[in-house]
Write a protein that binds this ligand. Sequence first.
Ligand code: NDP
Ligand code: 8X3
Length: 263
Amino acid sequence: MSKAQPTAQKSVVLITGASSGFGEAMAEKYNANGHPLILIARRFQKLESLAARLNQDYPIHIAEVDVSNKVSIDTFLDNLPKKLQSIGVLINNAGLALGTQAFNLANENDFETMIQTNINGLLYMTKRVLPYMLAHHKGHIVNIGSTAGNWPYGGGNVYCGTKAFVQQFSRALRSDLQGENIRVSNIEPGMAETEFSVVRFKGDQEQADNVYQGTQALEAEDIANIVYFTTSLPQHVNINTLEVMPTSQSWGPLHVVRNKDIS
Ligand code: NDP
Ligand code: 8X3
């Protein structure tokens, strides 16, 4: 008769942007599967109510962190409970789009916030968490990119650029980590109904609702399931890039201007 196998220790999972949308759904998914969790975002109250809903049998640490601010990240990491310091999975999910105007009309502060969060925030987090993984020669960094990093659209300009950065950075990081047994994956969702559009339209709920009206967008749980699948594969399997759209979404034609004098 074979002996009962001891339950494998579940990796500590650090999720950025856990206060809503994909991050919140991922927190629920990993908690339901027994993972110790570190959940960060700027809206601490949202994290508190999320943590209260989760299964308390598994460790949950929440912290108010602005990923665009190095001091905020360093303070958080300095105060991380010892038992959660061996981070096994980092999910760089915190991010946002602001505005849909053409680049010449768009707001410079918005550019800076997107770059500071989607690019620099992801870099700061990764740089600081990697030493924990390198020490154990094991880990998985999951970046949340976007179809916007592959397929440009009018009004996407800087947001598209930040997600294209995430894609190529993820690949280059894999090369840097060659031989370290650390996985890097870039998950690229298309249209998904979260707080994303309310943020993009700066609180205008009607405009946000119009984005999803009359169609079936991806749901946060879909992305949580895909990310969980990606990190649950055996250690020797690395999903480099996974692009996913709702069935209702596909590519448009390239635009051609006709009958307009542009000389
Ligand atoms: P939400 O707006 O619901 O979630 C965004 C999360 O990011 C929130 O928890 C927010 O928390 C957090 N966040 C934003 N800025 C910061 C910051 N400076 N520091 C810490 N946390 C921050 O949108 P989604 O869940 O949809 O977005 C998650 C990721 O998915 C983003 O990177 C987005 O670009 C990407 N994405 C979204 C798609 C969509 O259609 N929804 C499609 C493809 C990619 P708080 O405000 O509390 O700080
Ligand atoms: C979010 C998807 O198409 O709104 O990254 O840019 S899209």
